[in-house]
Design a protein around this ligand. Structure first.
Ligand SMILES: [Zn+2]
Length: 150
């Protein structure tokens, strides 16, 4: 499932990338028409907080989900529920910045001790990901969304 998040949902969009979904995030300067054209051209399901944009998308026969909550965790909960998302984290995870699938890698030489069983790297921006506190926070958020989304 390919997704397109509007600029207001950039944070949610980045989480959906980490979860393994190919998610394009629109720039805030882009017009509604450009958003809809991108969704159409790339066959992406639109996730938006903008009611007008959502209605325009539906009129254009595009798949669109209106996300109501303002904060991240309830947004995640709704996304899990509406999109019937399976929690496969950390398998299939994508870089939160580049939307590129991460590659599992050997322990990197970063000069600081990192206690982690697994490491990943983005092939594009070369950023490393590992099972640290940020990872645990995200894992917990996904588990909560999965439980509430059912
Ligand atoms: Zn990257």
């Amino acid at each position: 499932m390919k997704l397109l998040a509007d600029a207001m949902l950039a944070k949610l969009g980045r989480r959906l990338r980490i979860l393994g979904h190919d998610t394009d995030i629109m720039d805030s300067v882009v017009s509604d028409t450009q958003v809809l054209n991108t969704a159409k051209r790339e066959h992406r399901l639109l996730i938006t907080r903008d009611k007008q944009l959502h209605e325009r998308a539906r009129k254009d026969k595009l798949s669109s989900i209106l996300i109501a909550p303002k904060t991240l965790q309830p947004q995640l909960n709704q996304a899990f529920s509406d999109l019937k998302i399976q929690n496969t984290f950390p398998e299939n995870a994508r870089c939160s910045n580049c939307n590129v699938k991460l590659k599992e890698t050997e322990r990197p030489e970063l000069g600081i001790p990192i206690p982690s069983k697994r490491y990943w790297q983005c092939p594009k921006c070369k950023q490393y990901y590992w099972q640290g506190t940020h990872y645990e926070k995200i894992e917990k958020a996904f588990k909560e969304a999965e439980a509430k989304g059912k």
